[in-house]
Design a protein around this ligand. Structure first.
Ligand SMILES: [Zn+2]
Length: 292
């Protein structure tokens, strides 16, 4: 390894980074790089029974479990769920936070997204990007000389459509990625099933519920090639079909980087689009920043 990379994933909520970038995070960590997750909101909105302060405290513990499992450093800001705004004070906080960590690459949401917190987290990163290098803005923390490369997480929204610049196979880390999901008990076994009306289907046994979370599972003996296969299941659940989405939709993009043979046997992948407001992702720094 020529240089230890610092990876920063900025999601609006606890688990956004896990869901959208957990696989590549595990790949960075296995190569000795450093990964930090920031959840801009504190998780206070994510339950149907527990009080906001109670659920925020519980979600901190769940994030700590992910940190203990993986080695990811997991930061959480004190902003209530559903109340994130991209105002000047929060922009300054974001600029200082990014400068202090000094990442090589940032991953975050796109600004077109169904959730206001996702949009505003993305906007805060975009607003911060150029200002990271402006010394008179937040002059108490030294400005960066160059911006980090900024990548957007995959999303399903189409106006404008997500256009991946890099698609990374995650078959080798998919089981561990599910172990990360499994740490977010209040989310994946309580809140999300409550929202979907499937709470009564969640097994009480901890091994059985993890298996339930993965279901319906992707058949291991054949490759899904048709995006219609994915639409059989709601993309909002956590089944293996969601984890397969990028591999099915962007198989040619995988082939471009890894060759047709690998692309044709990839079941799971994560896709990312470069932000034009960060440093350019060139052919040269692509292989440094994505060393797998
Ligand atoms: Zn979210």
């Amino acid at each position: 390894m020529s240089k230890k990379l610092k990876i920063l994933m900025i999601g609006a909520h606890l688990d956004d980074n896990d869901f959208r970038g957990g696989g590549v995070s595990l790949k960075y960590l296995s190569l000795g790089h450093e990964v930090r997750f920031l959840s801009v909101c504190n998780g206070s909105g994510g339950h149907h029974e527990m009080a906001p302060a109670e659920i925020a405290a519980r979600r901190r513990k769940e994030a700590d479990a992910v940190a203990a499992l993986t080695g990811i450093e997991y930061d959480i800001w004190d902003i209530e769920d559903c109340e994130l705004v991209a105002d000047l004070e929060t922009r300054k906080r974001m600029v200082r936070y990014i400068r202090e960590y000094n990442p090589d690459i940032i991953f975050t949401h796109r600004t077109n997204d169904y959730h206001a917190d996702h949009r505003n987290a993305a906007l805060l990163v975009q607003d911060a990007s150029y200002l990271l290098t402006v010394p008179h803005f937040c002059s108490d923390v030294p400005a960066m000389r160059v911006m980090p490369v900024i990548m957007y997480f995959y999303d399903k929204f189409v106006n404008p459509v997500f256009a991946p610049d890099i698609v990374i196979p995650t078959d080798d880390v998919i089981d561990k990625k599910y172990e990360m999901f499994d740490c977010h008990v209040s989310q994946v076994y309580e809140w999300l099933p409550y929202e979907k009306g499937t709470l009564d289907q969640v097994p009480s046994d901890s091994k059985e519920r993890l298996e339930w979370l993965k279901c319906p599972r992707i058949p291991r003996d054949r490759i899904l090639t048709d995006a219609k296969d994915l639409n059989v299941y709601s993309p909002s659940n956590n089944s293996e079909y969601r984890e397969a989405t990028a591999a099915v939709k962007y198989r040619d993009k995988i082939a471009e980087r890894y060759g047709r043979e690998i692309a044709d046997r990839t079941l799971f992948a994560e896709a990312f689009q470069v932000s034009e407001y960060g440093e350019d992702l060139t052919e040269e720094n692509k292989n440094i920043l994505f060393p797998f």
